[in-house]
Design a protein around this ligand. Sequence first.
Ligand SMILES: *[C@@H]1O[C@H](CO)[C@@H](O)[C@H](O)[C@H]1NC(C)=O
Ligand SMILES: *[C@@H]1O[C@H](CO)[C@@H](O)[C@H](O)[C@H]1NC(C)=O
Length: 248
Amino acid sequence: MHISLATLATLLPLLPLSSAQSSGQGKTTRYWDCCKPSCAWPKKSSAPSPVKTCNKSDQPLNDQGNTRSACDSGGTAFMCSNQSPWALNETLSYGWAAVNIQGGNEASWCCACYELTFTSGPVAGKKMIVQATNTGGDLGNNHFDIAMPGGGVGIFNACTQQYGAPANGWGERYGGIRGKNECEGFPAALKDGCNWRFDWFQGADNPSVSFKQVACPAAITAKSGCVRQRDVIDQTPTGPSTVPTWTP
Ligand SMILES: *[C@@H]1O[C@H](CO)[C@@H](O)[C@H](O)[C@H]1NC(C)=O
Ligand SMILES: *[C@@H]1O[C@H](CO)[C@@H](O)[C@H](O)[C@H]1NC(C)=O
């Protein structure tokens, strides 16, 4: 279909944001450090509210994002346990991740959602939609560090302070625990997310992904509390049906 530039200009505001959305090939790792995620600070993106955090007892802080992270000295904001991954069915899971997208920055990715299609390991072909809630200086380009309890604390560790985890977190500092049996000793609030790794995720070890940005499912943003402006695909129909029929 041919559309003149002038016509296209009038239609652009009505189109979904697909042209600005990112996609590509990426890699994954895993972590759960119990720290306040970086997108939980105010005004990291277009989202009016930052990612929710919790106090040491895993209760939501109503602080507009101003409490210092438990991973900084004297800080009292932790990651909420309900930002753990879960399976909707055999082929789709939802969750959260620390990300670094090539060519982007926190303003472009904080609270954006990405559909990951795993391309290696036992989960190849399965999909996971993650919302970016965090970032990290140690992440490479197109890197999704998927949040899963027991995945290793990495550089920072507030799990010892919050849950009495061992000094380097549960299991190895990088990579975390090795088997589902170790989830049994976890705090109740983190057990389901810990088990997810060995059930739905099949113990996959840093599988590669192809990814594309998508509108965030409401089930994800209901838990994180963070919704980017115009990230509205769940509320309105999208695609050709919202674009007026073009007539020559
Ligand atoms: C966490 O917040 C809840 C609800 O406001 C409060 O009852 C509880 O004492 C707080 N826990 C800590 C350790 O601050
Ligand atoms: C899994 O759930 C998603 C979202 O509800 C749905 O689109 C998809 O068809 C489901 N897949 C299976 C295998 O049930």
